[in-house]
Ligand binder design. Structure first.
Ligand code: ZN
Length: 112
């Protein structure tokens, strides 16, 4: 059973940046009023990346470029594919880094 990714989940790049989760198609459903994320966006912006140095150039992650990668294959809500918090390890920032989500908010609501 997938764990839905919610709008308030804090996906982080390795440099303390946090993704701003947004939907292109609007809210599909919610858990206790908190929107469940779908994978319709072409990218999710990242805010607050502290960056890293390549030579004397500082680079920042500015987005997650592949939201579709965390689509759960057989997990739809109201006919729409939603994002699976257990697949966030497949997401990459625009600088090629993986992101992490230590505590998916919806986890306690998903019965196993
Ligand atoms: Zn970063």
């Amino acid at each position: 059973m997938p764990i839905p990714l919610l709008e308030i989940d804090k996906l982080k790049c390795p440099h303390q940046g946090v993704a701003i989760l947004e939907s292109k198609i609007g809210q599909v459903a919610n858990i206790q009023g908190i929107p469940i994320m779908d994978t319709s966006a072409s990218a999710w912006a990242i805010s607050g990346c502290q960056g890293f140095w390549v030579g004397n150039v500082k680079l920042l992650c500015t987005s997650i470029t592949n939201p579709h990668a965390c689509k759960a294959d057989k997990f739809k809500v109201l006919g729409k594919f939603v994002a699976d918090a257990e697949k966030v390890d497949k997401l990459k920032t625009d600088k090629g880094f993986s992101v992490t989500l230590p505590n998916p908010y919806a986890k306690p609501f998903v019965k196993r």
